[in-house]
Design a protein around this ligand. Sequence first.
Ligand SMILES: [Zn+2]
Length: 328
Amino acid sequence: MVIGVVIVPLASDVNVRHLQADKLPIMAMRQAGLDIPNVWAVEQTKGSDVYSNGLQIENRLAVTNEPRAYPLVRRESDGQVGPLRDQPAGIVFHTTESDQVPFEASQSRALKRIGQELLLYIRNKRAYHFLIDRFGRVHRIVVESDTANHAGHSVWADSRWVYFDLNASFLGVAFEARMHTDERLVNQAQIHAAKVLTEMLRSKYTIPAENCITHAQVSVNPDNTRVGWHTDWGAGFPFKDIGLPDNYELPNPSLYLFGFGYDPTYMNSTNPELWKGLFQAEERVREAAVEHRQSIAEYRTSLQKKYRKQISALRHRGATEENDHEPN
Ligand SMILES: [Zn+2]
């Protein structure tokens, strides 16, 4: 436990690396009917940032980690590892699963103490890029240019690219909250904070809505080829209130691209709202198996093989470390 005043190096824009941006093509996103918000920084100081949509970020605890760089894998390709990218592609939402006390005035002292201890803990672990505390304050933890240890083994895909192990490619935003309690999962202040933070990040990095998803949707266990090693936000994520479409409906890419399955434990810790994406993905697997004239089991095995091949190609790529960049 750390006690007393913590003095930390502040991550101002001066010492944050600025690598060449490689944003997704804006025109293509507009054509696809993707609605990217327009938010800009109004004031940035060592203590805090203020944005045009009312978002305020506390910078006091900002910390660096490994610089972000991840190889792109094109969806249509046969797993060839493409150029490196240094811009985040999306957001994974988490709950901290930390201690909770009732959200009441009489508990203010305990709420503050627990919140402060949590901040120091996750800072020490480089666990997320942002934490939204129970009073709706947004704290910058790992700076946006760096990776955070938030997603572990994970898979996601958008209309162009497939992403593996999202610590580097996706930003981690955590709510101070705990799943499966009697209390309301998050409060209005936290929802509002998540909305303005999501708008800012989507605006800054041109993040499509389909890449704003929850940890329960992306987490996988490669050892048993099942989804849901982590199941935070496997239910009740307020997509609509945060200004996003219901992304629980998106077919789960780890199932239909790489043959992952799920078990009763996963079903028990998630809700039917998320199962929509699972069932849609299974439907795709069924259709593709027919197309390939294989049984579902055979087809799934071939997909799992593809996953293992892909992961080993990425490891190999990590070892050789080239430095080319995606041109657009
Ligand atoms: Zn998580």
